[in-house]
Design a protein around this ligand. Structure first.
Ligand SMILES: [Zn+2]
Ligand SMILES: [Zn+2]
Length: 120
């Protein structure tokens, strides 16, 4: 496979080059230009309002959030999730208890009917 700079198209085989995570090659001047471009393409984090290079921001939902805020969001999400899980567990326990009571009552009724039929 030939190694060609994906920006300017020169053959970088045997020359200093950079390979990105997608497997694209860049010659050094283009890599430098790309870096500059990435740094200039800054976006503001919606949570803290600070500016970060776009490649430093992580997507959370449909927003780009800085690493610090994304951690906070995740912690908050985890807490909400565990609280909801706790509520769900309590609910399930309550429901199980109700089912037990109903089951017990039905059993008592059945025994009573059987006894009544036997005594008749
Ligand atoms: Zn190039
Ligand atoms: Zn932030």
């Amino acid at each position: 496979m030939s190694k060609i700079c994906s920006v300017c198209g020169i053959d970088v085989d045997g020359k200093p080059r950079v390979k990105d995570s997608d497997g694209n090659y860049y010659c050094l001047p283009c890599e430098e230009a790309q870096k500059q471009l990435r740094q200039s393409a800054q976006s503001a984090c919606p949570d803290c309002g600070r500016f970060f290079p776009s490649d430093k921001l992580e997507s959370h939902g449909n927003q780009l959030v800085c690493p610090g805020c994304i951690r906070k969001r995740r912690e908050k999400y985890q807490k909400t999730k565990s609280r909801m899980a706790a509520v769900g567990a309590a609910d399930a326990k309550q429901r199980a208890k109700q089912i037990q009571i109903i089951g017990g009552a039905a059993l008592v009724l059945l025994v009573m009917i059987l006894v009544w039929m036997a005594l008749r």
